[in-house]
Design a binder for this molecule. Structure first.
Ligand code: SF4
Length: 389
């Protein structure tokens, strides 16, 4: 992110251009239909990738003679203009990924736990090539969200995103009903300071909202359950979300030839939780820059490692993180300090590698580091006066 001079050749825009050169869009063919899969935000969530960068990528795709279009879920596309994304700003059309009613897709075998199939978004499936353009941020379900989640969740139709993917935690029961009385269930509900434990007395059914829980940072319910031991807070249950994302991503990637796949992560404006919250959030990690690779696991691993070298900006962490782990003697990724050790960002790449999406080994090549551009010669143009006179 840093630059060695106040000059265009040293700036992030030029670094992005150089990175695209290294990624080598020349494997795109003339007239390829190229999906630029993004998250375009939701209502007032305007911290997704700035249209300036989107256009930069889109123009590079167009230079190959291919036809790019930005795509995301229909709701995000419909009101994308509110957040600055239009054909004029992005330089290409914006197309709903699964038709205007979020129903156009292809039934795809998943065969993971209680999920047999999911409906892969039709536009993504039909595309010849994919530029996976992801905003990196912390995330409540999986700790970290970027390239894999952009495809493994964002690549499926609305009902499956919510009813199958987000419900996958419940494929492993939250508790043992035989060990728990209604009175004890009531105590467990009371113990959670966030209201993430719900109990239906009539059905004698208890559910922990694992997707929002701060397990490992917060031990309140486990403390209340110490004598009875009916809660199930096994790490395996928390990792189900990571694994279904990896499987869903694999199915998406399999619809493309390898030389038609590009992954670019923007490590900027990193917020404590997801873009789909639809609000402006504080930035909790300093801006790092942009990572890119043709290997989706490698780009994620490098991104997670780079964030791991930073400290949370503690003063910006919202007060509703009541169990933020600030103990420097505990070895945690910054995003685990927010969401708890069980939401380990490295599970994203662990399951990505397990399902054959790529490799966690990578070589990080920094493009135009500040030390290099500091002594480079080049023209420095800036606005000295009115430009159109
Ligand atoms: S670990 Fe904490 S946040 Fe999670 S359900 Fe238990 S009490 Fe609630």
């Amino acid at each position: 992110m840093n630059h060695g001079q106040i000059a265009q050749f040293a700036s992030l825009a030029n670094k992005l251009d150089k990175m695209i050169e290294s990624l080598d869009f020349s494997t795109l063919s003339k007239k390829d239909k190229v999906a630029v899969k993004m998250h375009l935000g939701f209502t007032d969530g305007a911290q997704t990738i700035h249209p300036f960068y989107v256009r930069r990528v889109v123009e590079k795709i167009k230079e190959t003679g291919a036809y790019p279009y930005v795509t995301d879920n229909p709701t995000a596309v419909y009101n994308a203009a509110h957040r600055g994304y239009t054909q004029e700003t992005c330089g290409c059309p914006l197309i709903p990924i699964a038709g205007i009613k979020d129903l156009y897709g292809y039934e795809t075998e998943i065969n993971y736990r209680n999920v047999d199939t999911m409906n892969m978004a039709g536009v993504l499936h039909d595309s010849d090539a994919l530029v996976n353009l992801s905003h990196v941020k912390a995330q409540n379900n999986v700790g970290y969200a970027a390239a894999l989640k952009n495809l493994g969740v964002g690549g499926y139709n609305g009902s499956d995103r919510f009813r199958k993917i987000h419900e996958i935690f419940n494929s492993i029961p939250s508790w043992d009903p035989g060990k728990c009385t209604p009175e004890h269930a009531g105590r467990l509900v009371e113990s959670c300071p966030y209201g993430y434990i719900k109990y239906d007395e009539e059905k004698h059914d208890l559910v922990v909202s694992r997707g929002r829980c701060y397990n490992g940072n917060c031990f309140e319910c486990m403390e209340a359950d110490r004598e009875v031991g009916c809660l199930n807070m096994d790490p395996e249950a928390f990792e189900t979300f990571h694994e279904i994302i990896a499987i869903g991503t694999k199915k998406v990637l399999e619809t493309f030839d390898d030389e038609k796949l590009f992954h670019i992560n923007f490590l900027m404006d990193m917020t404590p939780t997801c873009d789909c919250m639809g609000i402006i959030q504080p930035q909790v990690i300093p801006d790092i820059g942009i990572t890119g690779s043709r290997d989706i696991v490698a780009v994620e691993q490098a991104s997670i490692d780079l964030i791991g070298e930073e400290e949370l900006i503690y003063g910006k962490v919202p007060p509703y993180f009541k169990h933020l782990n600030t103990d420097p003697t505990v070895d945690l990724h910054p995003f685990q300090r927010l969401w708890g050790p069980l939401k380990d960002p490295y599970n994203v790449t662990k399951y990505g590698e397990k399902h054959g999406l790529g490799s966690r080994s990578y070589e990080l090549v920094e493009i135009l580091p500040a030390e290099e551009t500091l002594n480079m010669e080049g023209r420095h143009s800036y606005e000295r006066g009115p430009s159109f006179t």
